[in-house]
Ligand binder design. Structure first.
Ligand code: 13P
Length: 220
């Protein structure tokens, strides 16, 4: 089975870039778009596998100015939701363990797949409440291991170290699917995809380049 290739555009992109990806993206890639582009991309190319980068703790509709619910994301064709990214946990302080649990429930209830990001301190986030929930939803939740030291730095841990962490996570949670993220690019992709306990990659910066992300998909 081929490995998952997930892109995370973070707060980047434009209608022009979305158009380029709609026309040329390898079908296997799951693309984490800023929410403002999701409906547009889905309407123009319903085959595209789209991820959101967050969702609200509130489940469906209501008086919550500025929030976007999992129900709304599902309605506009989103199939995946990235949750708990370290950039959200560190800078905005909103993704507490309690909030992440609420968001995981909302994603699963709306029949999407959650990509839960954890960092070097993964055991802290994978506390009992979150682990118990994931254990009963291993088909709908994937864990992306993204060491903070590797995000956007070009410095990645050794394949052996990555493998050890992914193995620990799988031992902790019933063989859950795991991705590696942090400075993945066309040069290191083959090495990272060959890590035994990795089920794929979560790519940040390099996913903004259509040629690069398609090249990575071609190795999976
Ligand atoms: P980079 O690939 O830019 O290091 O980002 C990784 C990441 O944070 C993906 O979610």
């Amino acid at each position: 089975m081929s490995k998952m290739i997930v892109g995370n555009w973070k707060m980047n992109g434009s209608v022009k870039l979305v158009d380029e990806f709609i026309a040329g993206l390898d079908k296997q890639v799951i693309l984490g778009l800023p929410s403002i582009f999701i409906a547009y991309a889905h309407l123009k190319n319903p085959e595209m596998q789209i991820a959101a980068q967050d969702c609200s703790v509130f489940g469906d509709f209501g008086a919550h100015t500025g929030e976007i619910s999992a129900k709304m994301l599902a309605d506009v064709g989103c199939k995946y939701v990235i949750l708990g990214h370290s950039e959200r946990r560190k800078n905005m302080n909103s993704d507490t363990i309690d909030n992440i649990l609420l968001k995981l429930r909302n994603v699963v209830q709306n029949k999407m797949t959650a990509i839960l990001c954890v960092d070097e301190n993964y055991m802290e986030l994978l506390d009992k409440s979150i682990s118990d929930f994931i254990k009963t939803h291993t088909n709908e939740i994937v864990i992306a291991y993204e060491p903070i030291s590797a995000i956007g730095t070009g410095i990645i841990p050794s394949p052996d170290d990555i493998n050890k962490s992914l193995k620990n996570i799988k031992l902790h949670i019933n063989n859950v699917k795991t991705l590696y993220g942090g400075s993945v690019n066309t040069k290191n992709i083959t090495e990272i995809l060959s890590i035994p306990f990795s089920d794929g990659v979560l790519v940040g910066g390099a996913s903004l380049n259509l040629y690069d992300i398609n090249t990575m998909a071609s190795y999976s």
